[in-house]
Design a binder for this molecule. Structure first.
Ligand code: FES
Length: 151
């Protein structure tokens, strides 16, 4: 079947089979920031945004994204680089493997919540398990980043 996606603001078309997952289709299209970790919907590493909502691409059939807006980290480099500065300032840098999915989840959080509590931030991120630099320093970085982006 022919799948049409709007990836990072660009219309993409690709012939797929009905049982292909979004992760594999995005990688075939060249979005190599989308990584495979557990491949069971448990680690959050493969997170992309579909219509601005975090989605585990390893367990989402690509057909579910037909005609939708898909965002990978390639589509938000400015925000990702700026967020990375805040992570570094808190000593929360990541090895890079989980950073795309983690960063996209943070960007979705910012769209959904204007002033989230610590509990809301932690709840939002609890599907992103792969985080080699810890959790508390990342919480500080997210709060600082969100505050700075409001200005
Ligand atoms: Fe998709 Fe782990 S690779 S949740």
């Amino acid at each position: 079947m022919l799948l049409t996606l709007n990836v990072n603001g660009r219309k993409r078309e690709i012939v797929i089979s009905a049982d292909e997952y979004l992760l594999d289709v995005l990688r075939k299209l060249g979005y190599l920031s989308v990584k495979r970790g557990c491949d069971t919907g448990s680690c959050g590493l493969c997170t992309v945004l579909v219509d601005d909502k975090p989605v585990l691409s390893c367990s989402t059939l690509a057909v579910r994204a037909q005609g939708k807006n898909v965002t990978t980290i390639e589509g938000c480099q400015r925000e990702a680089e700026r967020f990375a500065e805040f992570m570094a300032a808190e000593g929360a840098e990541q090895c890079g493997f989980c950073a795309p999915g983690f960063t996209l989840t943070v960007l979705a959080l910012m769209k959904e919540y204007e002033n989230p509590t610590d509990e809301e931030i932690l709840h939002y991120l609890n599907g992103n398990l792969c985080r080699c630099s810890g959790y508390v320093s990342q919480l500080r970085a997210i709060k600082n980043f969100m505050e700075a982006e409001k200005k």
